[in-house]
Design a protein around this ligand. Structure first.
Ligand code: FES
Ligand SMILES: [Fe+2]
Length: 324
């Protein structure tokens, strides 16, 4: 069967784990970017991501590998590799083979920890990062709540989930929005902002969403795409919510989507109910999108109409993350 999506994995920063979920000395096997990978945290606390297979005889470093100092030790014959993919020790060899000595022998990925997440830079040709993961101040602030997290593995590609925000008409059909959100798009290199002022279904004191459309409230949403893998949504006016959305390619046909929410600690009981209601509604909305994403095809030349929103602009902007 031919592939549903015929696009390469775009380059960029991708969230691969919550910082909290990788303790000192911990080792995890991961599958992202169409590869088997190993993530570990060294004894000094540095997170590192390597290709999983040991160059000696092919063992998976993420299944039984152990952290020793700054290196991971292979479960098969205990060769050790540091976060740069250099072999640091072969316990039973009198001297390092020339192929190994002073050379990188395992593929590695630049890693940063930001916004309570571990991010890896993926580039199909191994190019260095050309932009940064954007800091979300609220995620390091004492004034905002501990994060609430949600995640999904979905049969779709990074470009398609991002297109959702530009696809204005679907908010009415799929998400029961009262009217089409009025978005103003600004493009700045790898960053893209959509400012939306909308009337949303009202939420009562119990946090129940009125889906009838009889009562509404005004909501401002500033939605940022930072490269293909990071989105930041800032809700304001009626209430404040910050959502970090991360999209990580599992391979060229599927993604791992995560939503991370933080809310102001200081807010009225009424607003607390309200913000919880909105958070649940956002999660509900993605679950409304999933069956569409999982069954649709990508049309290179769709037939669009004047009310469709900036879909073509979004597609053009996204092209910058593909190298063919
Ligand atoms: S396979 Fe890893 S040390 Fe031999
Ligand atoms: Fe949607």
């Amino acid at each position: 069967m031919s592939k549903r999506y015929d696009k390469p994995i775009p380059f960029g920063w991708y969230a691969i784990e919550y910082c909290e979920q990788l303790k000192v000395g911990e080792v995890k096997p991961l599958s992202y970017f169409g590869k088997e990978l190993v993530l570990f945290r060294s004894e000094t606390g540095e997170a590192a991501l390597l290709d999983a297979y040991c160059p000696h005889l092919g063992a998976h470093l993420g299944h039984g590998g152990i952290v020793q100092g700054e290196s991971i030790s292979c479960p098969f014959h205990a060769w050790k590799f540091d976060g740069n993919g250099m072999c640091t020790n072969i316990p039973y060899a009198k001297r390092m083979p020339p192929k190994v000595d002073g050379k990188q022998v395992v593929g590695n990925y630049p890693v940063v920890e930001r916004n309570q997440m571990i991010w890896a830079w993926y580039h199909p040709q191994g190019d260095e990062p050309s932009f940064e993961v954007e800091v979300v101040e609220e995620l390091q602030s004492e004034q905002w709540t501990a994060i609430d997290t949600f995640d999904w593995k979905i049969n779709t590609i990074t470009q398609e989930t991002g297109e959702n925000a530009a696809d204005i008409a679907h908010f009415v059909t799929v998400h029961s929005a009262v009217e089409m959100p009025n978005g103003k798009v600004t493009l700045e290199g790898h960053r893209r902002c959509t400012l939306m002022d909308s009337e949303s279904a009202a939420i009562d004191e119990q946090g129940t969403v009125d889906r009838s459309g009889d009562t509404t409230d005004s909501v401002r949403l500033e939605s940022w795409n930072i490269g293909p893998g990071q989105t930041i949504q800032r809700f304001s006016r009626m209430f404040d919510i910050i959502m970090l959305g991360t999209i990580t390619p599992i391979d060229d046909q599927s993604i791992h989507l995560r939503f991370i929410f933080t809310l102001p600690k200081e807010q009225s009981e009424m607003n607390k109910l309200f913000t919880h209601g909105v958070r649940d509604e956002i999660v509900h909305q993605v679950e409304q999108d999933i069956p569409i994403w999982e069954n649709k095809v990508y049309l290179e030349s769709p037939i669009l109409c004047d009310g469709d929103g900036p879909i073509a602009k979004y597609r053009k902007w996204f092209q910058q993350f593909y190298v063919s």
